[in-house]
Design a protein around this ligand. Structure first.
Ligand code: GRE
Ligand code: ZN
Length: 260
């Protein structure tokens, strides 16, 4: 157990609930999304990405031992936030991180029609009225996470290049690494005009708080084999070679679909 009391590994994720009781609750993430069974939310306003074109003043990459996490600092009025779509308020960008596995047939946390992808990126946002991430996790509508799936393509992703440029510095070190700041808009540009699935779930890591409105674009972005190699080179705690949690039971939740 580390000082923050949140030590865990991916060898037996069923054991998480012993130490983190919320991991055993009923509305957990990730899930398998069966596209043909989805209910339609009808016409929602498009999801709106505000301030994503603003480069931060500083950008930091850190190996948490469970993933690599990217954070940024923006001037007061420049911080990126999302609104609209299924959301009732502004949700402020907190961090993004990744989930992957030892080979291309696994890695993503969510599945689509039973299929896994080699990489899933989580863009984590907290509800503005709750003021901080750590306060927001106490509420069922406290967070929204946009989860992006990546599939293998020789071209790879330019947006990932900027992040992976700093990855060797954190692969075997817990020291934060300062990246040359860049804007995050390349990710949301890549998912313009697509369908999204949305449902209510949880953090996919302990303490597994059921505080997340998940927003999952149904298309994929590209990642090259060379880029995947860099993810698989990252040393995770306990010698873990993957950081995806298995899919959890839906337990009667509905998944809605919307188009932006
Ligand atoms: C995670 O640790 O994987 C995580 C968060 C916050 C929201 C969702 C999520 O830290 O999966
Ligand atoms: Zn995650």
């Amino acid at each position: 157990i580390n000082s923050s009391g949140t030590d865990f590994d991916y060898k037996d994720t069923c054991k998480w609930a012993k130490e983190f009781p919320m991991c055993g609750e009923k509305f957990q993430s990730p899930i398998n999304i069966k596209i043909p069974n989805l209910e339609s939310l009808g016409e929602l306003p498009p999801l709106k990405w505000n301030g994503y074109e603003n480069a931060p003043t500083t950008m930091t990459l850190v190996n948490s031992g469970h993933s690599i996490t990217l954070t940024g600092q923006w001037d007061d009025n420049n911080i990126p936030y999302i609104t609209d779509g299924p959301l009732t308020d502004a949700y402020i960008f907190e961090q993004l991180h990744f989930h992957w596995g030892p080979n291309d047939s696994v890695g993503s946390e969510h599945k689509m029609n039973g299929n896994s992808f080699p990489l899933e990126m989580h863009m984590v946002h907290f509800k503005k009225e709750y003021e901080t991430f750590s306060n927001a996790v106490k509420y069922s509508d406290g967070l929204t996470v946009v989860g992006l799936f990546f599939d293998i393509s020789p071209m790879g992703s330019e947006a990932l290049t900027a992040i992976l440029g700093g990855v060797s510095a954190v692969s075997s070190s817990k020291d934060p690494f300062e990246l040359d700041p860049f804007e995050l808009s390349s990710f949301n540009v890549a998912i313009a005009a697509v369908q999204f699935a949305t449902y209510a779930g949880s953090l996919t890591t302990p303490p597994c708080s059921q505080s997340v409105i998940w927003i999952l674009p149904i298309n994929t972005l590209n990642v090259s084999s060379k880029q995947m190699k860099k993810f698989r080179n990252i040393e995770l705690n306990h010698g873990d070679t993957h950081n995806y949690r298995p899919t959890q039971p839906l337990n009667g939740r509905s998944i809605h679909i919307f188009t932006q």
